[in-house]
Design a protein around this ligand. Structure first.
Ligand code: ADP
Length: 493
């Protein structure tokens, strides 16, 4: 009898549950969106109870499908939006405040003050991160200061903190387990990635009591069992990783030098650097790739805020295209970009520039510029931004071998080929593009014995289409020069 792994993928806009079989094939998906709250400029919140309700609903749908198909679920894996911060009362399980989402910028001033006081080098040395509101530490500090009763609960050891994985584990186990995995811990800015432990100096710096912290476990580990009263079954929770790390695992990037890039709304590029953390001199992050059997593998990560979001903007704000896939025919219908460059710095620039004040711009317009040129420039901009991340990795002394891609935008073959051409690396798109959910399933499957080893997972990876660089050097240099000029003109800080 075949068994399934149930993968819970708790994302920024929706909660999903997928069933994977032992071949790594997806057999069922359920998905529910939930409310985004924007209570003030730069603030982004989720209702943790709604996250739980949507997760529970899709989990039940998946379990019902498994039962009806006669395939039992062997284990549960969890992957989640990272950094998003929840604090709840240990006695009641009730959150004391809405979840503060990774995008939330309310603690920008606090971060700037800490940077001004000279704390960034020490924080970076321990965590591999930059002193930015993105990470959980200042969000939790804010909740402790502002949420009714939070400080009081914390003082009595009655407050629990968690990223979304921890919160879901707590709820699924009926409050029996308060744990997280090393990848999620590495995004809190409270965790020393070298010692693999919560760091007392960081806790003191952010005024966080250690009593609220979850226990940090390997990515494939025993995270307890679901409470029968909660989902009607007792199932082991056996694998956990943050979304980008789960995608790295789903892409089977287990060897040092292997690199994946996910092109959804934004783009996240993660490079496996093996058991040695590489410290970036170019504002890339050092983070935990995964921890298996007590052995930590590290990654270098760079993120771009606008990837597919640029295509959405062409569709929804400019009305230049009716659908995202239309961008492919428009771009491929031109023989060149005609000198038009688009910098989609709608919310500033991410790595390696990190300029929150930069804003978007179009350059090189002439009387001949039309819809196709602007669409093409938008697609090209995502490839150039990826090129900037890759150059930063090169100057940090790491040389990736090839690039595995996934995410909605990689359905665009013209974009994928242009990416290979501009980066001058071979770009591979896998047969299974649901890499995030698959990664969590792989972790749970390793722990429960459905998969024997990482080598077995490496063998499962299948290339659906490879894009080989074919652009001549002079043309590439010319395009990159045009892009560098455009970027230089939008940078403000
Ligand atoms: P997310 O997980 O961030 O919601 P997805 O991986 O689902 O993102 O990808 C959706 C994004 O991909 C959208 O921003 C959309 O504009 C873009 N996209 C989808 N199909 C195409 C296409 N054929 N060409 C270019 N962009 C596309």
């Amino acid at each position: 009898m075949a068994q399934f792994i149930l993968s819970i993928d708790q994302g920024t806009t929706s909660s999903r549950a997928m069933l994977f079989d032992a071949a790594g094939d997806a057999r069922f998906t359920a998905q529910r969106e939930f409310t985004q709250y924007f209570p003030a400029d730069g603030w982004v919140e989720h209702d943790a109870d709604e996250i739980w309700a949507t997760t529970l609903a899709v989990t039940r749908e998946a379990l019902a499908y498994a039962a009806s198909s006669g395939n039992p679920v062997a284990a549960i894996g969890i992957t989640n939006q990272r950094e998003t911060t929840v604090a709840w009362d240990r006695a009641t399980g009730k959150p004391v405040y809405r979840a503060i989402v990774w995008q939330d910028r309310r603690t920008a001033e606090r971060c700037a003050a800490l940077r001004g006081a000279g704390h960034e080098p020490a924080v970076s040395a321990k965590t591999g991160l930059l002193l930015d509101p993105y990470f959980s530490a200042t969000k939790l500090a804010w909740i402790l200061e502002h949420a009714d009763g939070a400080a009081d609960l914390a003082q009595h050891g009655a407050l629990a903190f968690g990223t979304i994985d921890s919160f879901l584990i707590w709820r699924l186990t009926g409050g029996a387990v308060h744990a997280t995995d090393a990848t999620n811990a590495s995004r809190t800015m409270l965790f020393n990635i070298h010692d693999q432990a919560w760091d007392d100096e960081l806790l003191a710096l952010f005024s966080i009591p250690s009593s609220c912290l979850p226990e940090v476990r390997d990515c494939a580990a025993d995270f307890g069992h679901t409470d029968t009263g909660v989902i009607g079954e007792t199932l082991p929770i056996a694998g956990v990783a943050g979304d980008q790390q789960a995608a790295l695992i789903g892409q089977a990037c287990f060897q040092p030098g292997m690199l994946k890039s996910t092109y959804g709304t934004g783009c996240f590029m993660v490079l496996n650097t093996g058991t040695t953390p590489v410290v970036s001199r170019n504002k890339l992050l050092t983070t935990v790739a995964y921890r298996l059997q007590g052995r930590t593998h590290y990654a270098v990560e760079g993120s771009i805020f606008v990837a597919g979001a640029g295509v959405q903007w062409l569709r929804d704000k400019l009305g230049l295209i009716d659908s995202a896939p239309q961008s492919e025919a428009l771009a491929s219908g031109l023989s060149s970009n005609a000198g038009v460059y688009m910098v989609p710095a709608f919310t500033g620039l991410g790595a390696p520039h990190w300029d929150p004040h930069a804003r978007g711009a179009l350059f090189g317009l002439t009387r001949d510029t039309g819809v196709a040129e602007i669409v093409r420039a938008t697609l090209e901009s995502v490839a150039y931004q990826t090129g900037d991340l890759l150059s930063a990795m090169h100057s940090d002394g790491v040389r990736p071998v090839g690039l595995r891609i996934d995410g909605g935008m990689t359905a665009n073959n013209w974009f994928c080929q242009f990416l290979a051409d501009v980066l001058d690396v071979s770009v591979e798109r896998p047969a299974q593009t649901e890499t995030t959910a698959l990664g969590a399933a792989y972790l749970a499957g390793l722990q429960c014995g459905m998969f024997d080893s990482v080598a077995e997972l490496e063998n499962k990876w299948r290339c659906e289409k490879a894009f080989t660089p074919g652009m001549d050097e002079a043309q590439r240099a010319e395009l990159l020069r045009g892009w560098a000029e455009a970027i230089a003109r939008v940078i403000r800080s």
